[in-house]
Design a protein around this ligand. Structure first.
Ligand SMILES: [Zn+2]
Ligand SMILES: [Zn+2]
Length: 155
């Protein structure tokens, strides 16, 4: 997995760098993600907020309603409004960086497919890819090193 991945928004104002590989990568097929992106799924790289270095530009936060009832914070370029990362459940120390905004989105592949109950029927998952109807138990799926990193931010 690549170190120091960089990415940015559509207009180029926001540029960021991931100072380490993410802890885990979600491919989420839930209805919220489909609605927000206008697409079949979203790719999120889960990483500590302090490992996302903002190199240029400004982000603005939009609180978006979700089916769970808890708003999701979406951070967008303040100029072109491209969504670059999200925060769920008010856990600001954990960012969900949108993999499609990386300069090389192929650098990260999903570690798990979630909410496949609403996966679009024409999307075929790779053979053997971990996939769950809804959410999953991270303790059984995450590498130990990633679990330790998560413990370090949540205590
Ligand atoms: Zn922009
Ligand atoms: Zn989702």
């Amino acid at each position: 997995m690549a170190d120091n991945l960089e990415g940015g928004c559509a207009c180029g104002a926001v540029r960021y760098r991931l100072t380490s590989p993410p802890m885990f990568v979600h491919c989420c097929h839930c209805r919220n993600c489909q609605r927000q992106t206008g697409s079949a799924f979203v790719l999120n790289a889960l990483i500590e907020a302090d490992r996302v270095e903002l190199l240029s530009g400004d982000t603005e936060m939009v609180a978006v309603p979700t089916d769970s009832g808890r708003p999701q914070k979406v951070y967008r370029c303040s100029s072109c409004k491209t969504a670059v990362w999200n925060v769920y459940g008010g856990f600001d120390k954990l960012r969900f960086v949108r993999v499609g905004t990386l300069d090389d989105p192929a650098a990260l592949t999903p570690d798990v497919h979630i909410f496949v109950r609403s996966k679009l029927p024409w999307v075929t998952l790779p053979e053997g890819a971990p996939a769950f109807d809804a959410y999953y138990d991270s303790k059984t799926l995450w590498p130990l090193a990633s679990l330790e990193r998560r413990r370090a931010i949540f205590g």
